[in-house]
Write a protein that binds this ligand. Structure first.
Ligand SMILES: [Zn+2]
Length: 387
């Protein structure tokens, strides 16, 4: 008997794609799950093979991504987000972060490395682009257009104020000149889309006016941009992965002190993420909303107020099943007006259900009691549809 390792089990069995394989067809129409490296990678049966995929982020995202390929046997669409923007701020001289321990490493090396670790396409290690820092934004354009590859997405980790009335035109002009597909990541404490009233409309404008735009590390804004012609999008598996925080700030959780964290649950009828703790309170004296997804199988949505791993896995799975169904519903409508109208009507129907659900569970219509429709959902339900 030979002691040689079985070649089928060696990491080299992971198939890699070189830089000539274009990113666009691999990503088109997909909503990816933005995963964190903290837990050991595992299969996500809730993810749709044809319309889903994974973005791996966090410390050692490349090693975790490789594990997901080699150990879990994941063969779907995969991106590696090294999240340079969490520690590095883009400057006019250096918009991309070079890997810290590799003095002579270039952006090209960083992109090649992601591909060697099993990524389907590569993301530039762009630093955080602060409010109104035009020089940093233009530096991204300059450096991005020097990249001679078909497989690269230029990541644009921008402060949410870039979507304000004063800045949106410049952002659109720069994005239109970048000749690679782009991946926007929005920065703001809490929900970036609630930063100013016109942000949901301006985000749509960016995605409608510029080709091959994607929005990563977000929440249901992923579906809004998909309905409006995005290349692809990514929804965070937990709330810290549904937006990003500038390198010099700490995440504000709206909660004092540490203590256990509980899952956020996507409400299928109301189309919002709600903390398990408040769901348990809201449904304390009423029948909880039930869910028909494969994970819940008719069970109530008040059952996630626990901090153990199994509850977290179930909540993740419920969330993924829920939005994946919406993604596949959306794909069944023709791109353009038909798809946009379907999305607007879906959001409007959800907004209309809040009062009913609050009455059903005996919560008055006063502010701060019961369920409150998020401002972006209301915007998606009412903004006009452009052909
Ligand atoms: Zn469910």
């Amino acid at each position: 008997m030979s002691n040689a390792p079985d070649p089928r089990r060696r990491p080299s069995a992971v198939k890699t794609l070189d830089h000539t394989v274009a990113a666009v067809p691999l990503l088109q129409g997909r909503v990816l799950l933005h995963e964190h490296t903290q837990p050991i990678p595992r299969p996500r049966p809730a993810l749709d093979d044809d319309l889903g995929g994974v973005v791996m982020t966090g410390p050692n995202a490349d090693a975790r991504a490789f594990q997901l390929r080699a150990d879990v046997g994941f063969t779907g669409t995969l991106l590696i987000d090294s999240a340079a923007y969490t520690t590095y701020t883009a400057t006019a001289e250096r918009p991309f972060m070079a890997p810290p321990d590799e003095l002579f490493a270039t952006v090209h090396d960083s992109l090649n490395f992601q591909k060697a670790r099993g990524a389907s396409a590569a993301l530039t290690p762009t630093g955080y682009i602060p409010p109104a820092n035009s020089l940093a934004l233009k530096a991204v354009l300059r450096e991005a257009n020097r990249i001679e590859r078909a497989d690269t997405l230029v990541s644009l980790p921008i402060d949410a104020t870039w979507l304000n009335r004063e800045n949106i035109s410049q952002l659109i002009a720069v994005c239109a000149k970048i000749r690679h597909p782009k991946a926007v990541i929005l920065f703001r404490q809490f929900d970036p889309l609630e930063q100013a009233k016109d942000i949901p409309a301006n985000l749509r404008r960016l995605f409608t006016e510029v080709e091959h735009m994607s929005l990563l590390r977000t929440d249901l804004a992923a579906l809004d941009v998909m309905a409006h012609g995005a290349l692809c999008a990514g929804i965070g598996v937990r709330s810290s992965l549904r937006h990003a925080i500038p390198p010099d700030e700490k995440a504000q959780t709206g909660k004092r002190g540490g203590g256990p964290t509980y899952p956020h649950v996507l409400m299928p009828q109301l189309m919002c993420f709600k903390g398990a703790e408040s769901l348990s309170t809201l449904y304390a004296n009423a029948d909880p909303a039930a869910c028909a997804c494969e994970e819940c199988n008719g069970r109530g949505l008040d059952r996630f107020f626990l901090s153990d791993g199994e509850t977290r896995r179930e909540a993740d799975s419920h969330n993924i099943f829920t939005w994946s169904e919406w993604v596949s519903d959306m794909a069944s409508y023709r791109a353009g007006t038909e798809r946009k109208a379907w999305w607007r009507n879906k959001c409007a129907a959800a907004v209309d259900r809040y009062a009913l659900e609050n009455q059903r569970i005996g919560q008055g219509a006063t502010p701060r009691s019961g369920f409150q429709a998020p401002a972006p959902l209301k915007a998606w339900a009412t903004l006009p549809i452009t052909p």
